[in-house]
Design a protein around this ligand. Structure first.
Ligand SMILES: [Zn+2]
Length: 63
């Protein structure tokens, strides 16, 4: 019971404190597709997931 109300309170606070971050779309994370060439000259694709700096990973920015 306590856990549920804690989670709800968190989300409500985030929602009320601002609007969804335009950079990450409210996800709080940015996915960056990148290609690397390894020593065999093969292309390696990888997705880098990083915290969004604009909203500090919260998914919301101040209004
Ligand atoms: Zn963001």
């Amino acid at each position: 019971m306590a856990e549920t109300s804690d989670d709800t309170g968190k989300f409500d606070m985030a929602s009320l404190s601002g609007k969804p971050c335009p950079d990450c779309g409210g996800a709080g994370q940015l996915r960056i597709d990148s290609e690397n060439i390894n020593e065999k000259f093969e292309v390696e694709k990888q997705t880098v997931i990083t915290d969004c700096h604009r909203c500090s990973g919260t998914g919301y920015v101040a209004g």
